[in-house]
Design a binder for this molecule. Structure first.
Ligand code: ZN
Length: 147
């Protein structure tokens, strides 16, 4: 398979939408979990604030991102995807995302199960950029571990 053009990723409707209209951009006060991640290689930054409800599920998320489109779109998608999950479930989703990006070619069922995040499977064609899609998730995992 020929490597795709990076422009295809930037033109992807789902990725473009999250890039232009990031979800949950308001910084939360008094969060239960705070996580900040930086990738100095391309200037990507991820800042997450998470509030848990009385059952220990993610009830609110604040997400602020800097840097490339892949990083910012992934953070926006993550901020939606983890709502309602327990920290364990969020870590499981992170595992599934890592598998999609770094494991064998994902099946249509795997992609469908990941919702908007499945659109990032295209980034597999650009190995150098995979870490841009993983920063938000590794930042989340650091936050979950320190909670
Ligand atoms: Zn990047």
């Amino acid at each position: 398979m020929a490597l795709g053009n990076l422009d295809e990723i930037y033109r992807d409707d789902v990725i473009l939408d999250h890039r232009r209209n990031p979800r949950n951009p308001v910084r939360l006060n008094d969060p239960d979990i705070v996580a900040d991640g930086v990738n100095p290689f391309c200037g990507d930054e991820i800042h997450l604030q998470i509030r848990l409800d009385y059952e220990g599920r993610v009830s609110e998320v604040g997400f602020q991102g800097e840097g490339c489109s892949i990083n910012q779109a992934t953070g926006s998608m993550l901020s939606e995807a983890i709502k309602g999950l327990t920290p364990n479930e969020a870590a499981g989703l992170s595992d599934r995302f890592h598998t999609m990006m770094q494991g064998s070619e994902p099946t249509p069922e795997q992609l469908a199960g990941l919702g908007d995040l499945g659109s990032l499977a295209k980034v597999r064609d650009f190995p150098v950029r995979i870490k841009c899609a993983l920063l938000a998730w590794s930042t989340l995992e650091d936050g979950l571990e320190s909670a």
